[in-house]
Design a protein around this ligand. Structure first.
Ligand SMILES: *[C@@H]1O[C@H](CO)[C@@H](O)[C@H](O)[C@H]1NC(C)=O
Length: 314
């Protein structure tokens, strides 16, 4: 039997960002521009890698998976947030909220697993260059991608199913701009101990194990360079690993900043701003990190454009 104070909640209210009303339009335009940049940048990377056969190497296939996942990760939260900024009642239905949380976890984890696959790829490329093409076979790449999908689906599913067990009472206001798992757990009025335990354990596994695997591959890359120190070797590592390292630092830097740096007061504001960072800023910057300082991507862009122009003239 359920108690009297438990009503069935059919929707949640997303409070969004603490933006003063006079600046609302400015911020709306800013977020819209950032979202459009994210979509266009990541689409461009996907199209370029798809069209240019010179880029059909494991590194670029992982990269195209990564930019696809960035695009989706941003699309899970930002369009709804933009819509809510314009509406009087920033509501989201219960099922919509759970769906958003599922895909948020799904694409967030996927990114973390793809970063590991890319780190392994760089490790093989630098430490056993002669066996690179036999080790990183299309089959292994496909297996790594499928494995990432399976792991992230089960992780996101686990949290979502555990959340459906909870009941929510009268308070349905989420002080966030999307349906964040921890914000939802704070709202629930039934016992959330199991959920919190699973968040703690699985969060640790999903964040810490990929991070350690990345650190191990880089440690081995660095030790293999130190064995044969040469300017060319160091240059080669920076040119092939630089962009991956930047993305890894951005990804884990935000997580570490969010969870390991203690904040004294207004932690909700800090959490929201940091969440803004990884849902809007990181997916927007990734394509630039990869394409701006990458000769292969620029070459591919020029080749694809030339082909298009020739095709049009023809
Ligand atoms: C993801 O990677 C796999 C395996 O390398 C590749 O076959 C596939 O085309 C990639 N998918 C996308 C959307 O880029």
């Amino acid at each position: 039997m359920t108690g009297n104070n438990q009503t069935v909640i059919s929707e949640f209210l997303l409070l969004g960002l603490p933006i003063p009303p006079e600046h609302k339009h400015l911020f709306y335009a800013l977020f819209l521009a950032m979202y459009l940049t994210t979509v266009l940048g990541n689409l461009l990377i996907n199209v370029l890698i798809g069209l240019d056969s010179n880029l059909h190497t494991p590194m670029y296939l992982f990269l195209s998976n990564m930019s696809f996942s960035d695009l989706c990760f941003s699309s899970v939260t930002v369009p709804k947030f933009l819509q809510n900024m314009q509406s009087q009642v920033p509501s989201i239905p219960y099922a919509g909220c759970l769906t958003q949380m599922f895909f948020f976890l799904f694409f967030g984890d996927l990114e973390s697993f793809l970063l590991v696959a890319m780190a392994y790829d760089r490790y093989v490329a630098i430490c056993s260059p002669l066996h690179y093409s036999s080790i990183m076979s299309p089959r292994l790449c496909a297996c790594l991608v499928v494995l990432s999908w399976v792991l992230t689906t089960s992780h996101a599913m686990l949290h979502t199913l555990l959340l459906t067990r909870l009941s929510f009472c009268v308070n349905n206001v989420i002080p966030h701009f999307f349906c964040d798992l921890s914000a939802l757990l704070k709202l629930a009025c039934s016992d959330t101990r199991v959920n919190e335990l699973v968040v703690f354990i699985m969060g640790g596994l999903v964040v810490v194990i990929p991070f350690l695997l990345i650190v191990v591959s880089y440690a081995r890359i660095v030790s293999s360079i130190l064995r044969i120190p040469s300017t060319r070797g160091i240059h080669k590592v920076f040119s092939t690993c630089g962009s991956h390292l930047s993305v890894v630092s951005l990804f884990y830097g935000t997580i570490i900043g969010l969870y390991l740096c203690p904040s004294a007061n207004n932690s909700t504001v800090k959490e929201t701003v940091m969440a803004m960072m990884y849902t809007v800023v990181t997916p927007m910057l990734n394509p630039f990190i990869y394409s701006l300082r990458n000769r292969d991507m620029k070459g591919a862009l020029i080749r694809v454009l030339q082909k298009k122009i020739l095709f049009c003239l023809w």
